[in-house]
Design a protein around this ligand. Structure first.
Ligand code: OGA
Ligand code: MN
Length: 309
């Protein structure tokens, strides 16, 4: 069968030089059939982003909590500059895992350099958590960019904490009403260091940098006003004002509830994915991969606001 050629006029109009520069509807935002998340297709973050396009992404991020930007062949410089559109960036306390020359990029990696030193945090996210919830001002969100992916495993799970709050049994809602909880970077650090001795011992200066913080158990999202559960098995140590055993029991129930499968989207990484999640709305977890397989990603983390309860 002969191919039907487009008339020259039709071809010309699809590349019309008269087309105005400005917001593009060329990229598509496609929500996942899941408790959260959407993928962004046809956008190249090497190109400058028009304000209207940024506004569209911002709205989608608030609506879906995770945006998966597919096929982003971008440099660390472009990763950092796109991340900065969302706010100032954090520098992680484990300075030795920075990407050299890019202090805002934390390497999430199980690779080692020629001297056998780990390049990055190989066990990032092995417990459910929200990044930097141990700070006075926890992070707004994180942007994780795939560099090298294992053939098997290595998924990242996200759990919707707005739905977790809304679906809490009434008795639990009442039990946490007006409560605050303490979050600490050190909560499980030694436990992780025993499992993974390549984790550095923290200096006094580092320990001083990660003082525990207290946050409402139910957090109000600063941009949408929606309530979200804000406790995690990684960083939350206790509920303020409760006896230890009650606090432990209540937290165990909350941890269990907040990560039930119906609240979870499982991200199966594709090459060059850039995943931007909202730490104010979600918990996340690394599912892990066989230690013999290489996994290497770059993370930036956007500063957030003091919590509201
Ligand atoms: C992180 C994190 C999970 C993963 O980078 O903050 O938790 O699957 N990563 O690598
Ligand atoms: Mn994390």
């Amino acid at each position: 069968m002969t191919a039907i050629a487009l008339p020259p006029s039709a071809r010309a109009s699809s590349h019309s030089p008269a087309a105005p520069a400005g917001p593009s509807d060329a990229f598509e935002i496609r929500p996942f059939d899941a408790a959260l998340g959407a993928e962004v297709l046809g956008l190249d973050l090497n190109q400058p982003l028009a304000d209207d396009d940024f506004a569209r992404l911002h709205r989608a991020h608030l609506d879906h909590h995770v945006l998966v930007f597919r096929d982003q062949r971008i440099s660390p410089v472009a990763h950092v500059s796109f991340s900065r559109r969302w706010g100032p960036l954090e520098v992680h306390v484990l300075r030795n895992f920075q990407l050299p020359g890019h202090p805002e990029i934390l390497q999430v990696s199980n690779l080692r350099d020629e001297a056998g030193q780990p390049l990055g945090l190989g066990d990032a996210g092995v417990f459910w958590h929200s990044d930097l919830s141990y700070k006075e001002k926890p992070s707004l969100g994180s942007l994780l960019h795939a560099q090298e992916l294992p053939a098997e495993g290595g998924d990242t799970l996200f759990a919707n904490q707005h739905l977790a709050y809304e679906q809490l049994p009434q008795a639990l809602k009442i039990a946490i009403e007006g409560r605050k909880a303490e979050h600490s970077y050190l909560a499980r650090y030694e436990e992780l260091r025993l499992r993974n001795p390549w984790r550095p011992r923290l200096s006094d200066a580092q320990i001083a940098e990660v003082k525990p913080a207290v946050h409402p158990v139910v957090r109000i999202h600063p941009e949408t006003g929606r309530r979200a559960l804000f406790v995690s098995e990684h960083f939350t140590t206790r509920i303020v004002g409760l006896p230890d055993d009650e606090s432990r029991d209540l937290l165990a129930q909350l941890f269990d509830h907040s990560t039930r499968p119906r609240l979870v989207y499982r991200h199966r990484w594709q090459p060059h994915d850039l995943v931007f999640w909202d730490n104010r709305s979600l918990l996340h977890l690394a599912s892990g991969c066989p230690p013999t397989l290489r996994r290497h990603l770059h993370r930036t983390t956007v500063e957030g606001d003091a919590t509201l309860g």
